[in-house]
Ligand binder design. Structure first.
Ligand code: 5GP
Ligand code: MN
Length: 342
């Protein structure tokens, strides 16, 4: 990793035209690491554009300079501008994803880009399209890796309040507010340096978690009362959301984030799954405890990946067929599920 950071340091000694991209349906880590990295690069005299493949959840728009993020598809999409910026860039940064498929169509332009490519990520399956890879699956968040790069190159005093807010948001959310197994001493030490800038920690939590549209809260209520199924023999909870339900609750980007976690709050449950019918596909979110790898399950059966305890996948089958398929696979995982400590 240090060699990779040295290569990056060398590249950044001359001014670069940078494009930063993140995964589709960006979460707080994708956005926070991208914006934190953009602010750093601009402070060092580079010119920077930030592109998201899809729309950004409203509860992430408080992030410093979030308004400047271009979207390739979605409500205010600018595909041509995005494509030209990528073609023109001398450095294309890929943050918080390691498979180009997670960019949807934008992945093609990134793949064909002439500029140098930098990957900064903590997911399990890196593709080897990048020239420089700061890739560490032990890192809790991509924002933690950005913290590491900046502090290696310019020291831990380099951060300012906007940068710290962005990076803290990514670390805080990807550690489940500092409670998942990925919450290491390094995480707390990084956060300590960020907090020395004097940003308001409580504001970041409020903006992300205490900022839901009323209809989103009602959607959560509906899922918990009507759509949460528990299979005690597999220690598994699952929930489904149809396109009609999403429409009824006017659910937009980011509104379903976090719902899958409720399943793990049920006693003895060690795996929780949320199936969402959206835009001609079914998006699946998996969460687990301990040794049980939902990443392997998502990868083996649902075209996905992620982390051991938090992963995602998708199918083009109907919602009912997807759930049926999942239930069919469950017996193969029974012994693993039963052996998890909770
Ligand atoms: P979420 O359930 O919050 O959408 O995703 C959980 C984790 O799985 C995140 O780290 C996310 O990056 C990863 N993930 C979600 N969907 C996919 C997917 O389709 N492919 C891969 N490789 N990872 C995914
Ligand atoms: Mn992340």
């Amino acid at each position: 990793m240090n060699q990779q950071i040295d290569a990056l340091r060398a590249l950044l000694t001359s001014p670069q035209k940078v494009v930063i991209t993140m995964h589709r349906d960006p979460d707080a880590d994708a956005m926070g690491s991208s914006l934190g990295w953009a602010l750093y690069l601009e402070a060092k005299g580079h010119s920077v554009n930030v592109i998201s493949p899809t729309d950004i959840a409203p509860n992430l728009m408080w992030m410093p300079t979030a308004g400047r993020v271009l979207t390739y598809e979605g409500n205010k999409s600018k595909p041509k501008v995005c494509r030209e910026l990528i073609q023109d860039a001398t450095l294309v940064c890929c943050l918080d994803f390691s498979a180009l498929s997670r960019l949807k169509e934008l992945g093609r332009w990134v793949n064909e880009a002439q500029g140098a490519k930098l990957l900064v990520d903590h997911h399990i399956e890196p593709e080897t399209f990048a020239d420089i890879m700061v890739w560490d699956t032990e890192a809790a968040a991509t924002a933690q890796l950005i913290y590491k790069i900046v502090s290696e190159i310019d020291g831990p005093d380099f951060f300012d309040v906007p940068m710290a807010e962005c990076l803290y948001a990514g670390i805080m959310t990807d550690t489940g507010s500092f409670r998942h197994g990925n919450t290491t001493p390094e995480v707390h030490l990084a956060v300590a340096d960020l907090m020395r800038t004097g940003f308001e920690v409580n504001k970041v939590h409020r903006m992300i978690f205490d900022n839901s549209p009323l209809l989103r809260m009602k959607l959560v209520g509906h899922v918990l009362s009507e759509k949460l199924h528990v299979l005690p023999e597999y220690r598994t909870a699952y929930m489904t959301l149809t396109a009609t339900e999403l429409e009824k609750y006017k659910s937009g980007a980011g509104d379903t984030d976090g719902i899958v976690n409720y399943g793990l709050q049920v006693e003895d449950v060690v795996m929780s799954v949320l199936f969402i019918e959206r835009k001609g596909e079914v998006k699946i979110s998996f969460r687990s405890f301990g040794e049980f790898s939902v990443r392997d399950l998502a990868n083996a059966h649902f075209n996905g990946g992620g982390h051991r305890n938090a992963s995602g996948g998708r199918t083009t089958m109907s919602l009912d067929d997807t759930v049926e398929q999942f239930l069919k696979f469950l017996p193969f995982y029974k012994s693993q599920l039963l052996s998890v400590e909770k």
